[in-house]
Unconditional design. Structure first.
Length: 516
């Protein structure tokens, strides 16, 4: 994850919402869980159509009006019709499973048939995929209702090093759900804000390095970054094949676990998904006693403020009381220049392949760079496209520079980093502060993030991580991340759930305009 930029103006590419006739939602969705909604639909006291309509009302009241969070960039015109279809199936005794009739929001870099997939860029608003991404097809097969699309940091925060997270030229600036002048982090900013503000029960984000964990942390919700390849990347606008993945964001570990199970599956278009064959129902690992007997490492980020450190200490104490053994671990720092070199090479390679089959007129990275230059006033009002330009200068993935950089990165996060620490200390997982409190949005100066935790170790290694709320600083939440080896999602879900049930640190957003 690199960070992106803020500007206050009316954005031309923003989709106009359909007018909602109902004055106020008839269903209280603020703390409604997937399991509770499913029980009510099974009992016949709630329909998917009524639930979908309640979330549309909530989006209109909170995202478009009220605090104007700017998290949702587009609404599916088929949402209510799809919900009616799920209701008809239920009446006929053909409910598809625990997500049947549940509305879900999807980040605006994942193909949804018939809807614009722009990566937040005005340069790409003509990209209207004809088919769903594989993971969207999986969700539909599970009975999910696609509610709409969420805003993001433009091009998933990979256009400029001077950008502000949560800003896109198509969608404008997404606001932090708790304090509106604070940054929502990126690039899955809209998805995390939507989950925190109950604009949907759950949302889909994507991550290359922190783009699920960071926004989930600073918006006080749960975010899970899966093992790279657990969820198909086919139909997702890419950054880096060695690190990219989609993942679920929700208010509770249980909701995130339910959504993850519907996202996985073997996709011939993404050979890495072979590991998804025969995977379990992740809700089966929601075990309150999962911490008992586990050995966990804690990675401490230097310079933590006193209130962040106090929350970490309280979390560690709760884990010890639950039966876990906690040891301090050391890991090599982020691989810096080598990692960026890998991302630049893989971005050019992966984006070129996506563009070649897209419906957009822009068929190459060079064409996008030229379009941005010709439309700089609209697309680049505060920051440029130096990452695009640097990526364009790179050659194929057979270049010596790429091969050597990738080897250095793998060594840094493997034997010298997270995976080495887990093996040496015989750990079930490593825990670390996800982020510090959110920083103030400042368009002219770009992102000024404070404390960033150790989540990058799992992102760069391609292994799973999950963040849960652990505390807050003056009304600004932050999370704790569990990181494990490849395909350890079941164990991480259990650990996170067990701690979540003991500390119960999530707070409903109050949409404060600012802090004193």
């Amino acid at each position: 994850m690199v960070f992106l930029t803020f500007v206050v103006f009316v954005v031309q590419g923003r989709v106009q919402r359909p007018t909602v006739q109902q004055a106020a939602p008839s269903i209280d969705v603020v703390d409604l869980s997937i399991a509770d909604a499913q029980r009510r639909m099974t009992a016949g006291t709630l329909t998917s159509r009524a639930l979908t309509r309640a979330y549309l009302d909530r989006i209109a009241a909170v995202d478009d009006r009220g605090p104007q969070l700017n998290a949702v960039i587009d609404i599916s015109s088929a949402a209510l019709k799809d919900a009616e279809g799920r209701d008809a199936e239920r009446r006929a005794g053909r409910a598809r499973g625990p997500l049947h009739g549940i509305p879900v929001l999807v980040k605006d870099n994942i193909d949804v048939a018939g809807m614009v997939n722009s990566a937040g860029s005005l340069a790409f608003v003509d990209n209207r995929p004809k088919t769903d991404a594989f993971l969207i097809r999986r969700l539909r097969d599970a009975g999910v209702v696609i509610l709409g699309r969420t805003n993001l940091s433009e091009w998933a925060n990979f256009r400029s090093t001077q950008s502000t997270s949560g800003w896109s030229s198509r969608g404008g600036q997404t606001k932090n759900a708790h304090v509106l002048d604070r940054n929502p982090c990126g690039s899955s900013s809209g998805s995390a804000v939507a989950a925190a503000a109950s604009l949907a029960p759950v949302a889909i984000g994507t991550e290359t390095n922190g783009s699920i964990i960071c926004p989930a942390s600073v918006n006080g919700v749960v975010g899970l970054k899966p093992t790279v390849g657990l969820v198909s990347r086919a139909g997702i606008i890419p950054i880096a094949a060695t690190q990219d993945t989609a993942g679920p964001i929700g208010r509770t570990v249980a909701d995130v676990a339910a959504l993850l199970g519907a996202m996985t599956g073997v996709d011939p278009r993404d050979p890495a998904t072979k590991a998804s064959k025969g995977l379990p129902d992740y809700t089966a690992f929601l075990n309150r006693e999962a911490l008992n007997g586990q050995r966990l490492g804690v990675f401490r980020t230097p310079g933590m403020p006193a209130d962040v450190d106090a929350a970490l200490q309280a979390g560690l104490a709760a884990m010890r009381k639950a039966g876990a053994t906690i040891v301090d671990v050391q890991m090599a720092g982020a691989p810096g220049g080598d990692q960026l070199e890998v991302l630049l090479y893989e971005f050019k390679d992966g984006l070129s392949k996506y563009l070649a089959t897209s419906t957009s007129a822009q068929k190459s990275l060079a064409a996008l760079i030229a379009w941005n230059q010709a439309n700089a006033a609209r697309v680049m009002p505060l920051f440029g496209q130096e990452l695009f330009e640097r990526a364009q200068s790179k050659g194929p993935l057979t270049d010596k520079a790429y091969v050597e950089a990738l080897a250095a990165v793998r060594r840094r996060v493997g034997p010298d980093g997270l995976l080495g620490a887990i093996e040496r200390e015989k750990l079930a997982a490593v825990v670390t502060i996800s982020t510090g409190p959110a920083w103030r949005v400042d368009g002219p100066r770009g992102d000024r993030a404070g404390l960033i935790g150790g989540y990058g170790a799992a992102a760069i290694a391609g292994t799973p991580s999950i963040t849960i709320p652990i505390g807050e600083s003056r009304g600004l939440p932050f999370g704790l991340t569990f990181m494990g080896p490849a395909l350890s999602e079941p164990q991480l879900i259990g650990l996170a759930y067990a701690l979540e049930q003991r500390i119960n640190a999530r707070r409903t957003p109050r949409f404060l305009p600012t802090l004193p």
